[in-house]
Design a protein around this ligand. Structure first.
Ligand SMILES: [Zn+2]
Length: 221
């Protein structure tokens, strides 16, 4: 069972990494978009109807802090996730805004501690994924599917995609320098006009490459 203390630490580390990487981003050459890298601790996105069930009809999420991608935020609200054999994760953070389908994003070690086998998927690609039980202050949701390990991906605008010569769905490489440095080979490209150039990885991946130690990041084809 994951303790709340561990989650708090993961969230704090996420904030620290965000600060470190944004400082790095300022060092990028002029004329190029600054490259940011963010490590996401486990979290969930929630639909209107599931939020009603978990927190009460018409409930609105409260913003705890805004995230790097425009309009996205970490909510103050959390739920308890109950996996098979009654293993659970408490204080699973909700990220806003609301989505059309509820989705839980776990790191590999989270899934192992729950005894869940979760596939690596891009956000929103949920068919055939495992479910879980979610418990909020108002009620529970029996999620039939929607638990994934998010595939590492990079958000970018059309202009950035043209700059790198890539398109939606392509894969790129991310080199992270430093003492534990390594190169990730399958960073999926996601393009939208309002995206800021930003790689998302989970806490396992961030720990593996020593993201908090690095002074060097490079995205390439
Ligand atoms: Zn993302």
């Amino acid at each position: 069972m994951a303790s709340p203390a561990h989650l708090d630490r993961a969230v704090v580390e996420g904030v620290v990494r965000q600060l470190v990487m944004e400082r790095l981003a300022a060092l990028t050459r002029p004329g190029e978009s600054a490259l940011a890298v963010h490590a996401s601790a486990r979290h969930m996105h929630v639909s209107r109807s599931d939020l009603d069930q978990l927190f009460g009809p018409g409930y609105e999420l409260t913003v705890d802090r805004t995230l790097y991608q425009e309009g996205n935020f970490a909510a103050r609200e959390t739920v308890t996730l109950i996996g098979p054999r009654s293993r659970l994760i408490s204080n699973l953070r909700i990220l806003g805004p609301l989505r059309s389908r509820t989705q839980v994003e776990l790191a590999f070690t989270d899934a192992v501690s729950l005894g869940l086998e979760v596939p690596i998927r891009l956000s929103g690609d949920l068919d055939g994924t495992p479910g879980a039980v979610l418990m909020g202050p108002h009620g529970i949701v029996e999620l039939k599917e929607g638990v994934i390990r998010a595939a590492m991906h990079v958000h970018m605008s059309r202009g950035d995609a043209a700059h790198y010569g890539v398109r939606q769905g392509d894969e790129m490489k991310l080199r992270v320098g430093g003492d534990a440095g390594l190169t990730f080979g399958r960073v999926r490209v996601r393009v939208a006009d309002d995206f800021r150039l930003d790689v998302h990885m989970d806490t396992d991946e961030a720990n593996a490459c020593g993201l908090h130690l690095t002074k060097e990041i490079e995205l390439f084809k």
